[in-house]
Write a new protein. Structure first.
Lengths: 397, 266
């Protein structure tokens, strides 16, 4: 308790205008910024992967398995920031046992479980099954056993079984796309359905979340592919990269249009909250919204990719531009999440004043813990890459 | 021969059905201790309320606030903190009082230092005030409460007699309800790490007593009572005054009614 008081007391001086006295404590901090960022990466990576299976985009085949494993690694971490921010993490299982069906948040457990069990794990299993059986047959020691266990001791690699696998993968992907939309659209709905908060309350919110998710997911897979391939001393498939960059570009255009529409709509409707939101955007959110999210995270990479596509520049320069653009996109999308989550709590619901957020370094809600939560999926991904090599040459046929 | 086969099949089907049934039942049993737990608790709560001779079915509670009567003394805030063990730091309030000062140039100054627990002081810059008034705030015990809607586990709920409460032994501390409340009436208790808010002093009300804030108000600016019974003082208050509610556009259907509400009140 003393810690909370110590944290809140200096904030009293940061307030401008009038806020309700209970609003000094900002309730959804950095951890709740990390959560939509991470689920967004999951949904985006999965949708990229499904391009291969459903829309037959052959060029991005080398990233198919990387994308699937990336989605899995980040999905495993997704509930952790939520758990860590709860006042009583031990009671979290009540969401499964006695959910309030009227609550959007109560659906979290079901959406998450569905996506993990019915989509990601199934698709990965069916896609890898043939290789798992083959690997287990060739290998010795712990690897043999791991692959045996992961294949659930299946051994059938007859024509019929393999064609069933293929069909199953396709079927799961077709279910998976709406599920990925559900997973992240749902996160957007959590915010978009809060009528008390004009910064959040928007029917566009789930859709904006979704497209920014696709943007961040494609950019992440592109980054991982570009980092991992040279480490394995393999050549980067430039055709694949060009295609990834194109999809990134299209997704960003849609995302940008949606955000612009939202912006224009707000200004045009000019509701009761417009003055305080204008003060917010031009003040406390100026750097993170206008400079980082819009300029560095959106306009610069959009322009760079467009320039590279327009003028036929050499391969090496193209790679560099893609890499830097994808990095900037990550920064921009993280900033987007920040501006939604934290930005939505920086003004009072009295619309008469602004509050402040002070990040801590240590502690569960601190910067260190959040950095850990962002690095953890990369660690899990490394383990997954070791157990289930996603490389094309590792395929047994 | 054919017959025997179908019979055999039938038996197998029966076995399979039984197996699935047993499986479902055993999974369901995972939920049972919890469900009975909640029911037991509800019974206990009911027994306690009825033990006080109070039948919640007979009531629907609400509050009236006459803004023109409030003198901003802050005794309600103090009484509330004492009665309900609310932390005394200036970040946690079940009720607070706001001061509105509308200046001649049209500017509105709003403040509520320490929730008005120590009342207000006249500062030197107080010039050219056109009009000034105090507005006590608290949970509106909405008939259509957004906080109850969003609670993922149903830890916050509306009682039969129309009071919105939080079960602090059930609350996860996810704070979705705090985000959903348009009135800033909720906070996270720094000790229990669960959501807290005004209860209309439910523990007093079921014993036939008035909420602490109503009890101590020296000018009777707060009126507590039945929303629908003709004989109640609250009904008389609603009949005799021009009534406003806070943020009507939110469609929360508040049950805290304000007389002489100014357009500047947020």
């Amino acid at each position: 308790m003393d810690e909370i008081i110590k944290h809140l007391t200096p904030l009293l001086k940061e307030i401008t205008g009038y806020i309700y006295p209970n609003e000094i404590e900002l309730h959804w901090g950095l951890l709740v910024v990390v959560y939509p960022y991470v689920t967004g990466l999951v949904a985006g990576a999965f949708i990229l992967a499904s391009l291969v299976k459903v829309f037959n985009v052959k060029e991005v085949q080398p990233t198919y398995r990387i994308a699937m494993l990336t989605a899995l690694a980040f999905l495993l971490v997704a509930p952790l920031p939520l758990l860590a921010h709860l006042g009583h993490p031990v009671r979290s299982f009540e969401i499964f046992l006695t959910p309030n069906t009227a609550s959007a948040m109560a659906m979290f457990g079901f959406v998450y479980a569905w996506y993990l069990m019915a989509v990601l794990l199934l698709e990965i299993w069916f896609d890898y099954r043939r290789d798992l059986v083959a690997w287990a047959a060739q290998e010795k020691g712990w690897r043999k056993w791991i692959h045996k266990i992961v294949s659930l001791f299946s051994t059938d690699i007859s024509e019929r079984a393999l064609s069933f696998d293929k069909k199953a993968v396709k079927f799961v992907t077709v279910i998976g796309i709406p599920s990925a939309f559900l997973l992240h659209g749902y996160v957007g709905f959590i915010f978009g359905s809060v009528k008390a908060n004009p910064w959040w309350s928007s029917v566009l919110m789930p859709i904006v979340f979704l497209f920014s998710a696709i943007v961040s997911g494609i950019a992440l897979v592109l980054l991982i592919y570009m980092v991992v391939t040279p480490i394995r001393s393999k050549a980067i498939d430039i055709k694949c990269l060009d295609k990834l960059a194109s999809y990134l570009f299209y997704a960003m255009i849609v995302d940008f249009s949606l955000e612009t529409l939202d912006f224009i709509h707000r200004i045009y409707e000019s509701e009761e909250s417009i003055k305080i939101l204008a003060a917010l955007v031009s003040g406390k959110l100026f750097v993170s919204l206008i400079v980082i999210q819009l300029l560095i995270g959106m306009i610069v990479p959009l322009g760079a990719i467009a320039a590279v596509k327009l003028f036929r520049v050499p391969e090496e320069l193209r790679k560099l531009v893609y890499f830097v653009s994808a990095l900037l996109v990550q920064v921009g999308i993280f900033s987007t999440r920040w501006n939604v989550v934290v930005g939505g709590q920086l003004f009072s619901k009295s619309f008469a004043g602004l509050t402040a957020y002070k990040m801590t370094f240590f502690g569960l809600e601190g910067l260190l813990a959040s950095l850990g939560l962002l690095l953890l999926p990369l660690l899990i991904l490394y383990v997954l890459f070791t157990i289930l090599p996603p490389w094309e040459e590792a395929r047994t046929a | 021969m054919d017959n025997a086969k179908t019979q055999n099949n039938g038996e197998r089907n029966y076995e399979r059905r039984n197996f699935v049934k047993t499986l479902l039942f055993s999974f369901a049993s995972l939920l049972v201790p919890n469900l009975t737990g909640a029911q037991e608790k509800l019974k206990k709560a009911q027994a306690w309320i009825l033990g006080n001779g109070d039948n919640p079915e007979e009531h629907n509670w609400g509050m009236g606030v006459d803004i023109s009567k409030c003198i901003g003394c802050g005794r309600c805030v103090e009484a509330c903190k004492n009665e309900n063990g609310v932390p005394r730091e200036p970040f946690f309030f079940r009720t607070w009082v706001e001061r509105y000062r509308i200046l001649e140039d049209g500017e509105t100054l709003i403040d509520s230092p320490n929730g008005a627990m120590d009342s207000f002081t006249q500062d030197a810059s107080d010039k050219n005030v056109l009009r000034s008034f105090f507005v006590p705030k608290l949970c509106n015990h909405c008939d259509n409460p957004p906080c109850v809607q969003v609670c993922p586990v149903g830890a916050t709920f509306k009682t039969v007699d129309g009071v919105v409460l939080v079960d602090s032994e059930y609350c996860l501390g996810c704070r979705y309800c705090i985000q959903a409340c348009p009135y800033g009436a909720r906070f996270l208790d720094p000790v229990t790490r669960t959501a807290e808010k005004c209860t209309f002093c439910y523990h007093r009300v079921v014993k036939g007593l008035l909420p602490a804030c109503v009890e101590v108000c020296p000018t009777q600016a707060r009126i507590f009572g039945e929303v629908k019974k003709k004989s109640s003082p609250l009904m008389r208050f609603l009949r005799m005054n021009k009534i406003g509610i806070l943020k009507p556009s939110m469609n929360t259907e508040p049950k805290v009614f304000y007389a002489n509400l100014d357009k500047e009140v947020r």
